[in-house]
Structures are given as C-alpha cells and as structure tokens.
Design a protein around this ligand. Structure first.
Ligand SMILES: Nc1ncnc2c1ncn2[C@@H]1O[C@H](COP(=O)(O)OP(=O)(O)OP(=O)(O)O)[C@@H](O)[C@H]1O
Length: 326
C-alpha cells in the first residue's frame, strides 16, 4: 500500500505541518470528559491534547473505555460532562469539514455493493476527496475493486475500512483496532501507509490490543484503565515508569520467598521452584543485596521490560490502588 498525495487543502489550518509540534493548537482536546452507562464510568475525568503529526496509540484492557473515548471524539456519543474539541470545533463540525477520517470496528459494511462502489461513495461524500482509483491503489484494493463487499476475507474487509477512512485529505485519522484480522505482511504494509500519512502532517490516533505494534509505530502511548488515563508518554517512558527492569535467576538450593521479598527496590516477585523473577526499579541495588544476603544466583539475567510487561505492571498497580481505596 502507498499513501495518496494530498490533493486539496481547505479548512482551519493546513495539513503537511511536518513533525509533531507540541506548541501548535491541539488537533484533539478532551477537557474533564466523563461518560457513564448506568453505574459504569466508561470514561472518567479524561483530559488530554493531541498535536499535529503525532501517532498516538490508545491501550487498555477490555472495558477500559477506549471505544467510548473514540465514540466521544467522533461525536457518536455525547459526554455527560466535559468537552471534546477537534481543531477547536465540535466533532460534528470538524467531521462535516472533512477534517476527520475514521475506521471503526463496529457497524457492518454495505453488502450488495462492490469495493469500488463503496469506496467511490465515501469519496463522493468527502469534502476533500481523493480520486477513487488513487484511494483503491493506496489501500491495495485495486485488484479486487469489482468484488462484492460481502465476499471479502477479514483482512480485505479491514483494508476497505481503511480506504473509507482515507478517502479524502483528513487531518486526523482515528482507527479502532485497525489491524485485527490482517496477516503480518498486510499489517506491515498498512503501517507503512500510515507512516506516509503522518509524514504529510496528519495526526493518527489508534486503539489496539497489539502492544508490540504500539511500541513499533506510536510516538506516544496512552493507557486507559477503568475509564481513567493512567499513563501518557513515549513507549520508553511508560516502560521506565512501570518499574524498569526484570531480574531472573535460579537458586538451586531453594528460594525463600520471605527473604527475597525484603530485597530493596522490589516492584514484583514471582518464585516458581528454583526460578525467581523479580521486577525492580533499581536492578543494580537489588542484585547487590542479593549477593549481600549470601545467596548464589545462577543463570542471572537482567533485562528491560517490554511494553507488554510494563502495561501489565501499570494496570495491575492501578487495580491494586483502586482496591486499597475501597
Ligand atoms: N452502550 C453501552 N451500554 C452499557 N455499557 C456500555 C456501553 N458501551 C460501553 N459500555 C461499558 O463501558 C465500559 C467501557 O467500554 P468500552 O467499549 O469503551 O471499552 P474498550 O476499552 O473499548 O474495551 P475493548 O477492548 O473490550 O473493546 C465497559 O464496562 C462497557 O461494558
């Protein structure tokens, strides 16, 4: 897939602003946004701003509030309290001006139409549309333009959704779990296309459960948990915040969990037979004390946390903190 060139520019500010500029007016702003469904607070006191040229991943366990946040952003739901703005305007106005392209999980595609007809319709409706052939080519759909939409594989359907989101020169692209169902090759091509969109100054916000994807693609990661934003930073910052390093070793003579739990700078401890796994926010000090206790660890390894482990550590800590407040 290759990105379409920007063909038109209208609206409140130009796309193609280059890399992220944190001093520019926000593309998206949430100010104290709340949304509940009965007793469930799906989005709680959410405040954040996204800036031009950022690629932002939205992470969180099932039910964290990601889809609700995206629905609020796209004006598909209204907040109970607080304000959502896109380029300073309401979501409805920004969308009517063609500034937003979205690829959502929910909602089926029209069935009895061809790929070309459906993508053509999206182009007809977009105030700043690209030519339909360009959109089909950019989404790697040119070869199946005449195929009925209800005959597509899961990955092909995702490409059609992507084509609908990029039918025109939108400045903000919102994607809800965009690569679900795509094989590895298509997924890589998809992100290459998105990178080209970002190079043209677009801002991309995507929700995902693929943490390695967030790590590889996003320059900013937001982590939601039970409606709240619990982390916001680069993947490296989030890994560092989550308790830094993992220490793994064996104690062939047996591991005393109580003794090990007194080690300094411990963030997590897991003992399984002779194998000990520790998370520490100061691995040097922890290992030093390990030897200080007169223990002789074998097969000692110290490694950084992956984003997945950092994510689990952060969401576990948030759950524990909530339990403490009950
Ligand atoms: N229309 C609705 N009616 C009632 N509850 C809802 C509704 N939509 C969402 N919820 C609840 O709000 C919370 C947040 O849901 P949401 O779909 O936003 O989470 P998510 O992070 O997108 O989850 P997933 O990763 O599973 O897609 C959940 O507890 C969910 O059950």
């Amino acid at each position: 897939m290759t990105a379409p060139a920007v063909s038109t520019q209208t609206g409140d500010g130009p796309a193609g602003d280059g890399p992220a500029d944190p001093t520019a007016a926000p593309v998206v702003s949430f100010t104290d946004v709340n949304k509940s469904f009965g007793a469930v607070r799906a989005v709680a006191d959410l405040s954040l701003a996204l800036h031009p040229g950022e690629t932002v991943a939205l992470l969180g366990p099932n039910g964290a509030g990601k889809s609700t946040a995206l629905d609020l952003l796209l004006g598909l739901k209204n907040p109970d309290r607080g304000e959502v703005r896109i380029f300073g305007a309401t979501p409805a106005k920004a969308i009517a001006r063609g500034r937003v392209g979205a690829m959502l999980q929910s909602g089926g595609l029209m069935e009895e139409v061809t790929v070309r007809e459906l993508v053509g319709l999206a182009c007809d409706l977009h105030p700043r549309a690209y030519p339909v052939d360009q959109v089909l080519a950019a989404s790697d759909l040119a070869g199946i333009g005449d195929r009925k939409v209800n005959k597509l594989s899961g990955g092909q359907e995702q490409r059609v959704r992507f084509a609908l989101a990029t039918a025109g020169a939108s400045d903000l692209i919102v994607l809800d779990e965009p690569t679900t169902g795509m094989d590895v090759g298509v997924r890589q091509a998809f992100w290459a296309t998105m990178r080209a969109q970002v190079e043209q100054g677009r801002t991309v916000l995507f929700a995902t459960h693929y943490l390695e994807e967030a790590d590889a693609v996003a320059d900013r990661v937001l982590v939601m948990h039970r409606g709240r934003l619990i982390a916001d930073g680069t993947a490296a910052e989030i890994k560092a915040r989550a308790g830094a390093r993992r220490i793994t070793f064996d104690l062939p003579d047996g591991a005393d969990e109580r003794q090990l739990s007194a080690l300094p700078h411990l963030v997590g401890l897991d003992v399984s037979g002779p194998t000990v796994r520790i998370r520490s926010d100061d691995a040097d000090a922890t290992v030093h004390e390990l030897y200080g206790l007169g223990l002789y660890p074998r097969n000692l390894e110290v490694s950084g946390l992956g984003l997945e482990q950092a994510f689990l550590a952060l969401t576990d800590a948030a759950t524990a903190e909530e339990a403490d407040h009950r």
